[in-house]
Design a protein around this ligand. Structure first.
Ligand code: NI
Length: 262
């Protein structure tokens, strides 16, 4: 790839949230100017899905997911049939984001675990990979992944902030691990250790925009144009070049979300 311009894919962002949707044409222009060839616009509620899909239908480099985030409350509850219907659309590349979050919500969360199981079943049936969010719930997340045979669908542990041991368990299930801008934060030594440990063919990068802007953009609204900063920090940590991280993670993203075509 000598002399080729660096390329990136933002494997996880939320372009349909108001912070980015209100200025979407400029956000996409800045993304393209940075060599970010594609982005997965991740759905967090069924109510949001029509907007997520509409953007993916309008923009050739934007793809959609279908799912309901574990922190989404007071919204329509998905069942397997509903998710399977959404999954048939060729611009939908994944089921999620789904998973467990015991950090933000502390009430009894059986509904959250049931919602997670529904997503895994839909992924296994549809053949689409899972986008999994886990926070303060790693043991239950891995347990349910095993019980529901999530390895059959495969997928990614997104915005990874867990231990090396959890990373190893997810890799053993055949999952990819996606590193966000958190890796650029000074106090994120554990994420930096994980970033060094992930095999090069299982690593993805993401912004999780509009949240978690990487250094040196902290304090700003995050956007896909900032994903090269994530690649840059991983390059420093691994002793590889930023271009190599960008190339390799782009290939990995296309291997995982195989409805993406560049
Ligand atoms: Ni997200």
């Amino acid at each position: 790839m000598t002399n080729a311009a660096p390329v990136y894919i933002d494997s996880h962002c939320h372009l349909s949230l108001p912070e980015l949707a209100s200025d979407i044409d400029a956000v996409l222009a800045r993304m393209r100017a940075q060599g970010v060839l594609a982005a997965v616009n991740v759905c967090t509620t069924l109510e949001e899905f029509p907007r997520v899909l509409a953007l993916a239908e309008r923009e050739p480099d934007i793809y959609a997911s279908a799912g309901v985030h574990p922190d989404s409350r007071d919204c329509q509850e998905p069942d397997v049939a509903a998710l399977l219907t959404l999954a048939t659309h060729p611009r939908v590349v994944a089921i999620g984001e789904t998973g467990l979050d015991y950090f933000r919500l502390q009430e009894p969360l059986e509904w959250q675990r049931e919602r997670f199981r529904v997503h895994i079943r839909a992924a296994c049936t549809s053949g689409l990979p899972l986008i999994i969010h886990t926070r303060a719930a790693a043991a239950d997340t891995l347990r349910i992944m095993r019980e529901e045979n999530a390895a059959q669908a495969g997928g990614v542990m997104h915005c990874f902030t867990e231990t090396l041991e959890v990373a190893r368990a997810a890799l053993d299930l055949g999952f990819y691990i996606s590193i966000s801008g958190i890796v650029t934060f000074k106090n994120a030594q554990e994420v930096q250790q994980v970033a060094k440990f992930i095999p090069r063919d299982r690593l993805l990068i993401e912004t999780d925009a509009p949240y978690l802007a990487p250094v040196p953009m902290r304090g700003r609204t995050n956007e896909p144009a900032f994903v090269p900063h994530v690649a840059g920090r991983i390059a420093e940590l691994t002793g590889r070049s930023q271009d190599d991280i960008g190339d390799r993670c782009s290939i990995n993203t296309c291997n995982l979300f195989n409805r993406i075509s560049l």
